[in-house]
Design a binder for this molecule. Structure first.
Ligand code: ATP
Length: 417
């Protein structure tokens, strides 16, 4: 793609946020490195979309607690020798104080601090994408739309019911799709022309013409009151100065069995819901489309195993399982079992997300629990059946009621993230 009719296209993945709303899953790692769907990490979706679309020149701007994120990118996302070079790279870029002694202060500031990388790559246009969303999208189609409409900036737009749009950056568009207003989290969201009751919300994915990007973020850097954020500062300031187009995500067609699905998994509620969406069959979000694979690091784990231990029957239904997960005489319904976890005899799990290396003791009863990696749950533990008891002992997400057991102390864990 980068050598074709689109000119030189650079991918920038914004992966340097604090991820506070996803605590305690972000206590020891960056949000894009949070595990997802038994064997992936959240950033794998953004990176797979780029690579599947033929975009191979990617900088990931990283910052908070980025060790495991950096290692994941290094282990799983490198091109072989034959390809490695100026136009084929996926590189983690931490804040390096090029522009003063400060960290990335916002998404736009993160790009501002790396403007020299855009110059060195000699980019014509730049795809700036968030790292914390679960979705599948052919970026080449968005790029084609950007070129066809002669846009300066194109924003990927998801259609949601107007009643739900107030939580996002919202766009008002004319019938041609040109953005005539951009407001972050408005009380009364604008509706799509010809589609009453629905609004366009920004997915946090943008394509910029290089000169437009450079001018906008250099200007923004000089504004002291700015929070230096694309959604809050840059887009509301430029939509009436240059040609900003909304790209309808629902018009993006992937080969094979995929249907449009997008979710910002920045909160515990959304993170749990996205997993439950994945457990539907058929599901709008599928990991089984070989024509649009989600890629990740591969490990040499043993196969999964199910055994009717201690005379207890086994039942694993509607459940996603990674390599090395063992269910030994337990019942697991609508759950996610990550690599090398063990569910012991008599345990009953319902709508749980079980992290890598977790051990669930005998006769445990767990409902709607997220267990981060390496937790060991003693036999006979009951979680998720009595909110008052849970609140005294565990982290209960106030929005969804989901209980989260954060990762235990990290000192003894080699691959802690
Ligand atoms: P939270 O609001 O829960 O602390 P967050 O800091 O990640 O989360 P978001 O608005 O969810 O904020 O961030 C959207 C995307 O932009 C994420 O992929 C995040 O990693 C990235 N991002 C946020 N702030 C920065 C920054 N200062 N530098 C680089 N990337 C950032």
């Amino acid at each position: 793609m980068i050598f074709g009719k689109y000119g030189r296209v650079l991918g920038i993945v914004l992966a340097g946020g604090k991820g506070e709303r996803l605590m305690p899953l972000t206590k020891y790692r960056a949000k894009p490195a949070v595990p997802f769907a038994a064997k992936y990490r959240i950033i794998d979706f953004a990176l797979s979309n780029m690579v599947n679309s033929g975009l191979f020149s990617i900088y990931c701007l990283v910052q908070f607690k980025s060790q495991s994120l950096n290692e994941h990118i290094e282990r799983g996302w490198q091109f072989g020798n034959a390809l490695r070079g100026r136009d084929y790279f996926i590189t983690a870029v931490p804040a390096q104080m090029w522009t003063g002694e400060r960290w990335y202060e916002g998404t736009a500031d993160a790009v501002f601090q790396n403007l020299h990388l855009i110059t060195l790559f000699d980019a014509d246009r730049i795809c700036i994408f968030a790292a914390d969303h679960i979705y599948k999208m052919d970026i080449e189609q968005m790029l084609q739309y950007h070129m066809d409409t002669k846009a300066d900036v194109t924003i990927a737009a998801n259609t949601v019911p107007a009643s739900e749009a107030h939580a996002f950056g919202c766009m008002d568009t004319d019938p041609s799709g040109q953005v005539i207003k951009f407001v972050e989290k408005p009380k009364i969201p604008p509706q799509i022309p010809g589609k009453p009751g629905f609004s366009y919300v920004s997915m946090g994915n943008y394509i910029f013409e290089r000169h437009v990007l450079e001018e906008a973020i250099i200007e923004d850097n000089k504004i002291e009151t700015s929070s230096h954020d694309f959604g809050k500062d840059i887009l509301p300031r430029i939509y009436n100065r240059c040609r900003v187009m909304a790209y309808d995500f629902k018009s993006n067609v992937l080969p094979g069995i995929d249907r449009p699905y997008w979710k910002d998994v920045g909160t515990i509620k959304a993170y749990h819901e996205a997993h439950m969406d994945l457990l539907q069959h058929p599901s709008d979000l599928t990991l089984y489309n070989p024509l649009w694979p989600i890629r990740t690091v591969s490990y040499s784990d043993p196969p999964g195993f199910t055994y009717p231990d201690k005379g207890q029957g086994c039942s694993v239904v509607g459940t996603l399982r990674a390599e090395g997960s063992r269910v030994l005489g337990a019942i697991v319904h609508r759950s996610v079992l990550s690599r090398n976890c063990v569910i012991n005899a008599g345990a009953v799990l319902e709508e749980c997300i079980v992290g890598q290396g977790v051990v669930i003791g005998e006769n445990c009863k767990l409902r709607r629990v997220i267990l981060d990696a390496y937790n060991v749950v003693p036999p006979n533990t009951v979680i998720g059946y009595n909110p008052e008891v849970d609140q005294k002992k565990y982290h209960v997400d106030p929005e969804s009621g989901v209980v989260v057991l954060g990762m235990p102390k990290i000192q003894l864990r080699r691959n802690f993230g």
